[in-house]
Design a protein around this ligand. Sequence first.
Ligand code: DGY
Length: 276
Amino acid sequence: MCALTDRIDAKLLERCPKLKVAANIAVGYNNIDLAACTARGVMATNTPEVLTDTTADLAFALLLATARRLTEAEAYIRAGLWQGWHLKQLLGVDVHHATLGIIGMGRIGRTIARRAQGFEMRVIYHDPVRQPADVERRLNATYASKDELLAQADFVILQMPYSPQTHHLIGAAELKKMKPSAVLINSTRGGVVDDAALVAALKAGTIRAAGLDVFENEPNLNPGFLQLDNVVLVPHIGSSTEATRRAMAMTAAKNLVAALAGQTPPNLLNPEAKKK
Ligand code: DGY
């Protein structure tokens, strides 16, 4: 069983010639070189489904915390700075009725869209694969090009898996396409955002604020973030509830046991490996 912090690549596989299965305790599996595993007949598995709701909750928590400046407000109280109610104190932006742009409309993206209905948000989304018309209707979500989404959204949530194709999907050029009043939420994977470009954009006011659960080069995040008030930072806790982390561990264990028993693991990512 491995975590998203373990790199399962050709170098490791060479040193573990008897390895049969790498059961990741995560839905994302960019830490696993699937081609290298397949070439050596090593099965790789992940933990989809069990963390969808919990991760969507965290994305929404970050959105609300960033819009309403919760961490900044809490730090202000803890620092003993509060002198009393003030008309213009810690003014945030409204979430209700705002436009939410979701980039990556997989399981978690669709669940976030459902959360957004409760806040009566207008939802637009972008994904290489367009959702069927009945799903769009049910989620009240409208397809948009990436540029349209960046130009229109008050909140942009990233929910694409990390891959070479999504590396720096949001960089300086994309941040410039967003509204100066917009908020960016990254709760998917570090590397989907160019963190240096984001620090520069937050400093310059290119966008209003960001809420981040994931970073490039975790846990050594860009120190520029720590200097800024307009960013909410949490340490990759998207799936971190007691129930969900337990469910993820159990899912990974079931995958592992199935693989060792010669069965097909329920969440096998590379079926070709089993045939070897
Ligand atoms: C995942 O499963 O990919 C999550 O990032 C773990 O928290």
